[in-house]
Design a protein around this ligand. Structure first.
Ligand SMILES: [Zn+2]
Length: 214
């Protein structure tokens, strides 16, 4: 079973991908980790990817796809995998489908975690991070015990410059422009599961596993 998770920044995609992978005993493949691991292990693909990253250019789709294929062929992926952070656009999705079909594999389902723009804005703009230990908290969802101070180490809390309302709106706009054709593509393929992303982590994970029939 190969499942893709989609969701805007702040929708809880990474958290849900990890939670559902644990529940269904699937491997969670976050694209960031994929690059990190390949670099650490010094695999051929990792070295290739590094040469692009060092030049400050995007790693070509083909290399990323080969990394994904390599990862889902590993013994621990036998039951299946959840892809988190890849594909990001239509071109990557089509290339991934082609590559999978050459190996007699296919994406089974695509989980799209839907959260309204207002709620995303609320979640993202309330985010504060500790200057010392980087622990995040949220102004209303998980407020610090002492205002302005980290619960964990007492360090000063600050808001990242890209967590201001204006830059959040820009990020959400970029995401939706890139992702809309992708969502359409999987909907037409009959693979899209739209999940309401409002609620606690366990609640949303429950809705996802129910939709997946697990
Ligand atoms: Zn701290």
């Amino acid at each position: 079973m190969y499942i893709i998770f989609l969701g805007a920044p702040g929708a809880g995609k990474g958290t849900q991908a990890a939670e559902v992978a644990r529940k269904l005993k699937l491997v969670h493949i976050a694209s960031g980790d994929l690059f990190r691991q390949a670099l650490e292990q010094g695999t051929e693909l990792g070295i290739k990817a590094k040469s692009y990253m060092e030049r400050g250019v995007l790693v070509p789709n083909q290399i990323t796809i080969e990394m994904v294929l390599e990862r889902i062929s590993a013994p621990d992926s036998k039951r299946g995998a959840i892809l988190d952070g890849f594909p990001r656009n239509l071109e990557q999705a089509e290339a991934l489908d082609k590559a999978l079909s050459r190996e007699d594999k296919a994406i089974d389902k695509v989980v799209y975690i839907k959260v309204s723009e207002e709620e995303l804005l609320r979640r993202l703009s309330g985010r504060w991070v500790c200057r010392q230990c980087q622990t995040p908290c949220h102004a209303t969802d998980s407020p610090p015990r002492v205002p302005g101070r980290c619960d964990r180490c007492g360090g000063e809390l600050y808001q990242r410059p890209d967590d201001t309302e204006e830059s959040i709106r820009k990020r959400l706009e970029v995401y939706s422009v890139e992702t809309a054709p992708l969502i359409d593509y999987y909907r037409r393929a009959g693979k899209l599961l739209e999940i309401d992303g409002v609620g606690g982590v366990a609640e949303v994970a429950g809705k996802i596993t129910a939709a997946l029939g697990g």
